[in-house]
Design a protein around this ligand. Structure first.
Ligand code: NAI
Length: 418
């Protein structure tokens, strides 16, 4: 048996973590089916998997599924505030999974690189970057998966430059991920994170959503559902038009700055809220981010503009500006749904992690045959995940009749055609 390595805070929390992991698993029917298949087929037998993901109950269930598929796991927390300490403890104590995760501490990448993984599961290009360091020889890797949008762009740039060390499947591209994870998951859990941190009433407030991509659409629609007056800011005219047609006010951040009571950035970009916006904001405005990194709000500049700072309650920091206005930043600008909330509901992560598990199986099955490029999730996997989810929810859909298939001439919406 492999030695379990760890860097976690408190092993005594393991029992609570185990109960929460098991409870989340009840809401992950697709992963349950995959785990059953994996136990039988052992698709990852003898392989080392390094994973850099938020250490949550749902991630724990992905780890256990991969372990049951034969893999040896090494897990590090991807975001400083994302770690659930009881889950980390239980992964080590109850599931014998090497885990490196302490809330508030920087990501530990060394153990993931040093284990010389066969497969890399990443979100945010941290692990891939470490595996691509000049002193590393990572071309032996079978492949990797990447969850976040901007990281996929970085990996594609490596592929274009001919320096990508191994094939990568962009899990974020899966339709079953966009629809469920980014839109419904981030939409609900971001609002949940804001409410848990502040306990404010959103109804009647002006809520500014920076970015109308998959996450932004979800955040905007959930905020509207709670009665907020939603304003969307964008840089892409198509997305801006879509937001307008969806019934939101669309304007530049400069125009939105003096109007907003709450600002939520979900762009994957940096300095979306910057000095010129802070300068115009109302006193009392609440700022938070649900994009991958804490650079969407220019906190360095805000800190320079502030004469004093203090924590008003957990996750709510007040920046007192020299002109007397006070701005409130939630969760240090980190992903708010993970900082003050619990991340996505397990039923949402079920879809993303089902894609992860099946894509790792796909990479292994195609070992040596794939070029060192960034690939989309194979259509067959996407549809299989959607099929399993529908089954688990007791919903049936129609099948094309042979006549309909002929009529569509191979353009089958069920993925059977070209
Ligand atoms: P996306 O690419 O669909 O949408 C991003 C949108 O932001 C695009 O429409 C883009 O035009 C817009 N944008 C870029 N710069 C902007 C700026 N300066 N001002 C206004 N809009 C701007 O990406 P998606 O899937 O919505 O993800 C967004 C971010 O959320 C990424 O960082 C992603 O990693 C992160 N994410 C966070 C999750 C969470 O749990 N909080 C879950 C999934 C993704």
């Amino acid at each position: 048996m492999n030695t379990v390595e760890c860097d976690i805070r408190d092993l005594a929390l393991a029992d609570a973590g185990k109960r929460r992991i098991e409870s989340a698993f009840q809401s992950m029917p697709v992963l349950q089916s995959i785990r059953k298949q994996f136990i039988k087929a052992q698709p990852l037998a003898g392989l080392k998997v390094a994973a850099c993901l938020p250490v949550t109950t749902e991630t724990a269930n992905l780890m256990v599924t991969l372990r049951d598929g034969g893999a040896e796991l090494y897990l590090s927390a991807s975001n400083a505030l994302a770690t659930q300490g009881d889950v980390a403890a239980s992964l080590v104590k109850d599931f014998s999974i090497s885990t490196f995760a302490q809330k508030g501490e920087p990501t530990r990448l060394h153990p993931l690189v040093d284990c010389q993984p066969d497969l890399a599961v990443d979100t945010g290009y941290q692990l891939a970057q470490a595996l691509h360091a000049p002193d590393r020889q990572s071309s032996e890797l079978i492949g990797g998966t990447e969850e976040s949008v901007q990281a996929v762009a970085q990996l594609k740039a490596l592929a274009v430059a001919g320096t990508l060390a191994y094939p990568v499947v962009a899990v974020n591209d899966a339709t079953t991920r966009h629809f469920f994870d980014n839109r419904y998951g981030t939409g609900q859990s971001t609002i949940d994170g804001v409410l848990r941190a502040t306990n404010i009433l959103l109804a009647g407030m002006n809520l500014v959503v920076g970015g109308y991509g998959w996450c932004g659409r979800g955040v905007a629609s959930r905020a509207r559902g709670l009665g907020a007056n939603v304003i969307v800011t964008e840089v892409d005219p198509l997305k801006g038009l879509e937001a307008l047609m969806d019934g939101y006010r669309v304007m530049s951040m400069g125009e939105a700055a003096p109007l907003g009571d709450v600002f939520i950035t979900v762009t994957g970009n940096k300095s979306v809220i910057a000095r010129e916006h802070f300068e115009k904001m109302k006193s009392g405005a609440i700022l938070c981010n649900s994009g991958h990194f804490n650079v969407e709000i220019d906190l360095e500049t805000l800190a320079k503009m502030a004469s004093s700072r203090r924590m008003m309650r957990e996750y709510v920091e007040e920046f007192a500006l020299r002109d007397g206005r006070r701005l409130y930043v939630l969760g240090d600008g980190e992903l708010i749904n993970l900082a003050s909330g619990e991340g996505h509901p397990a039923s949402v992560m079920d879809m993303s992690f089902a894609n992860q598990a099946l894509c790792l199986q796909y990479l292994v099955a195609n070992r040596g045959k794939l070029e060192r490029c960034v690939f989309p999730v194979p259509d067959a996997i996407d549809r299989e995940v959607a099929r399993m989810k529908l089954d688990s929810m007791g919903a049936k859909i129609d099948r094309l009749t042979p006549e309909q298939e002929r009529y569509l001439g191979g353009r089958s919406p069920a993925g059977g055609g070209a």
